[in-house]
Design a protein around this ligand. Structure first.
Ligand code: NI
Length: 221
C-alpha cells in the first residue's frame, strides 16, 4: 500500500496558495496536474522520484532552502525516493487574481452597456459613490460629474450628443485598484459630424464597481 504525502495549507487567498508537503519515506503525492505556475522551496535535503506521463521516470535532488520554479501544466506523481529519511517542501502557487478577473468583467459590461445604450446597465457598473471625468471640457479634468445622478445624466448626454455611437476594439487591463480600457469610438452627432478616434478610460475601482471613470480621446487636427 502506498503512503500519501501530507499536505498542510498555510496560505490560500486570491493571489497565493502555499502548501507544505511532508513525505514519510516512500510516501507519494499521487498523480496531479499543476493548474498554476509555482515555486518549490525545499525544507529538507532529499531525493524526489518522479513518475512522468507516458511511463517515464526521473529523479530530482532537493537542497534545503534552494528554490526552483515551474510553469502551469506540469503533470507527475512525486515520491520520496528515500527508504529512511522524511522529506518536506513548500509549494507556492501563483493563483489567478479573482478580484482583477471580476473587475475586468465590470469593464466589459460597461462597454457592452454603452453599445446597447442601456443607462441602468451602465449605472449597475458604477459604485455608490462615483464620478465621471469626461474627455473634453474647460478644465484639466474635462468636466467633472460627481454622484450617481450627475454621472447618469452625463452618460445620457453622451447618447443624446451621439444618436449613433459605437465603442469597439475594447481591451481591458487591471492593476491593483486601477483599470485601463482602450477602445475606438465611432459616433455621429445630431449635425452629422463623425467622430472616429481611439481613446481610453482610466478607472478607479471600489470593490468590483467603478468609482471613477476618467475618459481620454485622441483629438484630430
Ligand atoms: Ni507536483
Amino acid at each position: 500500500m502506498t503512503e500519501v504525502a501530507e499536505a498542510v495549507v498555510h496560505i490560500d487567498d486570491d493571489r497565493f496558495k502555499v502548501t507544505e508537503w511532508r513525505f514519510a519515506p516512500g510516501a507519494e503525492t499521487g498523480w496531479h496536474r499543476h493548474g498554476h505556475d509555482y515555486v518549490i522551496v525545499p525544507l529538507t535535503d532529499g531525493t524526489l522520484s518522479l513518475d512522468l506521463p507516458g511511463g517515464g521516470k526521473a529523479e530530482a535532488q532537493l537542497r534545503q532552502g534552494v528554490p526552483y520554479s515551474r510553469r502551469e501544466g506540469v503533470e507527475h506523481n512525486v515520491i520520496n525516493g528515500s527508504a529512511t529519511a522524511p522529506l518536506a517542501f513548500l509549494e507556492v502557487e501563483v493563483m489567478d487574481d479573482a478580484t482583477a478577473h471580476r473587475r475586468r468583467a465590470t469593464m466589459e459590461a460597461l462597454m457592452t452597456a454603452f453599445n446597447s445604450r442601456d443607462l441602468d446597465a451602465l449605472m449597475a457598473c458604477m459604485a455608490e459613490d462615483c464620478a465621471f471625468h469626461s474627455a473634453a471640457g474647460p478644465g484639466a479634468e474635462g468636466v467633472v460629474h460627481r454622484g450617481r445622478a450627475a454621472v447618469r445624466a452625463a452618460y445620457a448626454a453622451v447618447f443624446d450628443t451621439f444618436p449613433q455611437a459605437e465603442w469597439g476594439k475594447g481591451a481591458h487591463h487591471v492593476e491593483g485598484d486601477t483599470g485601463l480600457s482602450t477602445w475606438q469610438f465611432r459616433g455621429t452627432t445630431r449635425d452629422g459630424a463623425v467622430v472616429d478616434v481611439r481613446g481610453c478610460d482610466v478607472f478607479t475601482f471600489a470593490g468590483d464597481l467603478i468609482s471613477l471613470k476618467d475618459s481620454y480621446r485622441k483629438a484630430r487636427g
